[in-house]
Design a protein around this ligand. Structure first.
Ligand SMILES: Cc1cc2nc3c(=O)[nH]c(=O)nc-3n(C[C@H](O)[C@H](O)[C@H](O)COP(=O)(O)O)c2cc1C
Length: 263
């Protein structure tokens, strides 16, 4: 019975997965200068050829303040899109869908590579990284939430079938949810999980704005984009500040993202 289930297809919103074997997200150290490399495309293609039903990529950082490991994909930089396209085309050649995991690691990070303060819900040092982070203010929270939408848009443009939001072991979303790392007394904190969950609720909602038809999917929190949706329709729903600037290769400024509220 279990074996039959393993090989049976499953529907994740508009995406059909041919079996229940999911290749889960893990860092590969294949990124080069923050961009996906040829090695990524080859690596994921090999797993798709090997029979996985769904590929989930390693995490892509949503914001310049999140650079905990040297070889991390900087999803906030528009220059990732050609690399995304290489990766998704390679996997699609085997009729396998591919989701991008997007994440901000919050306080579970280091300023060593970014030379920027580490952002977290409260100034509580992570036991592994041991750096005291900056407690984010309301504008910075809005900026993080918007950064998820920015990266979701890059992923849609790069041909991904869906997005997985990391809300688990190393994520600012987890940081907000846990009273151990969220000592805030404003409406993003406090004793109730409702306050501590505010960021958790807004980031996926904001990420989904890249395509309003995106349904929820996956084990942690994920959305799935419809590849069939005409690009022009998707673009028309993007907020003006992250509309693709024509054919220009200008990347998103690393110094920070424009401040807009997520509706
Ligand atoms: C080197 C390494 C990197 C990982 N990177 C990520 C990651 O980027 N995002 C994530 O959600 N999980 C990450 N994980 C966790 C894996 O997705 C997986 O949940 C974990 O390894 C347990 O599965 P396993 O027992 O098959 O190894 C990573 C794991 C390893 C070993």
């Amino acid at each position: 019975m279990a074996e039959r289930l393993l090989w049976s297809p499953m529907q994740i919103g508009p995406v059909t997965v041919r079996n229940r074997i999911v290749f889960s997200a893990h860092l590969t150290n294949y990124a080069r200068d923050g961009l996906p490399s040829e090695q990524h495309a080859a690596y994921y293609e090999e797993r798709a050829a090997g029979g996985a039903g769904l590929i989930i990529t390693e995490e892509h950082s949503t914001h310049p303040t999140d650079w905990p490991y040297e070889k991390l994909i900087h999803g906030f930089d528009r220059e990732v899109i050609p690399g995304y396209r290489r990766m998704t085309d390679a996997v699609h050649r085997h009729r396998v869908p591919i989701f991008a995991q997007i994440n901000h690691n919050g306080g579970q990070a280091s300023s060593m590579y970014s030379r920027l303060p580490v952002w977290a819900p409260s100034a509580v040092a992570d036991p592994l990284f041991r750096e005291v982070p900056k407690a984010v203010d309301r504008h910075e929270i809005a900026e993080i939430v918007e950064s998820y939408a920015l990266v979701a848009g890059h992923c849609a443009e790069g041909g991904f079938d869906g997005i997985e939001l990391q809300c688990s072991h190393s994520s600012i979303v987890r940081g907000f949810l846990s009273p151990a790392t969220n000592r805030r007394t404003d409406d993003y904190g406090g004793p109730s999980p409702t306050g501590r969950g505010s960021c958790w609720r807004s980031s996926p909602r904001c990420a989904r704005r890249s395509d309003r038809s995106l349904p929820w999917a996956c084990a942690s929190v994920a959305t799935s984009s419809s590849r069939e949706a005409p690009r022009s329709r998707m673009r028309s729903r993007w907020p003006a500040w992250w509309r693709p600037p024509g054919r220009s290769t200008t990347s998103t400024p690393r110094s920070g993202l424009p401040r807009h509220r997520c509706s």
